[in-house]
Write a new protein. Structure first.
Length: 198
């Protein structure tokens, strides 16, 4: 904010303020952040966007193909099953609350996914075919009725995701659907968590 600061002979200070946008600049600019973004853009450009998109589409296709024989899994799509997707799949698992399924993936397989209505409540509810007035996003199987609304699960992949991680995810989903959760879960603060009290 200051253009020039000088000390007077009497010990006081004179300040000359910027009169432009620089006066409202809060400290030093984020030079490290700007450099990091530039480096990331350079790395993505060097890798080739077509190559990155092809890799992510391959990963998504691998998951869809791997779970094609699991009728309980229903993928959600705004533009249809044949629409191109890059790195993200949203789905529901019949007979499972999304919070319970996500908690089991995390606790029993070490796989993190997102569950709920994300940042698009009306859209996800439309894709789910659920009542837009339904309240509650989470809950384990023994949750109160208001906590058991249908929600989605979202898994994300990036160009750096190894095939092994995708195969592990597909195996985990199949095992949970086939065998059920091996741990007990309970609702805590509206979220499904492993029940460590037993």
């Amino acid at each position: 904010a200051s253009r020039k600061v000088t000390r007077r002979a009497d010990g006081g200070v004179d300040v000359e303020w910027h009169d432009s946008a620089a006066r409202h600049e809060a400290g030093s600019p984020n030079v490290i952040g700007a450099h990091a973004v530039a480096s990331a853009c350079k790395a993505l450009t060097e890798a080739g966007f077509d190559t990155l998109v092809a890799r992510e589409q391959y990963l998504v296709r691998t998951v869809r193909d791997g779970l094609a024989d699991v009728p309980e899994v229903r993928f959600l799509s705004l533009f249809g099953d044949d629409a191109p997707r890059v790195g993200v799949l949203s789905f529901v698992v019949e007979g499972w609350n999304s919070s319970h399924f996500a908690a089991a993936l995390s606790a029993e397989y070490g796989i993190g996914v997102r569950d709920g209505l994300f940042c698009a409540h009306p859209l996800v509810r439309t894709l789910l075919g659920s009542d837009p007035q339904t309240q509650g996003e989470c809950g384990s199987p023994e949750a109160a009725p208001g906590e058991k609304s249908l929600n989605a699960i979202r898994v994300s992949f990036g160009a750096g995701t190894p095939d092994e991680h995708v195969e592990r995810f597909v195996t985990a989903v199949k095992e949970l659907v086939r065998d059920g959760a091996q741990w007990n879960y309970r609702t805590q603060d509206g979220r499904c968590v492993p029940d460590t009290s037993a």
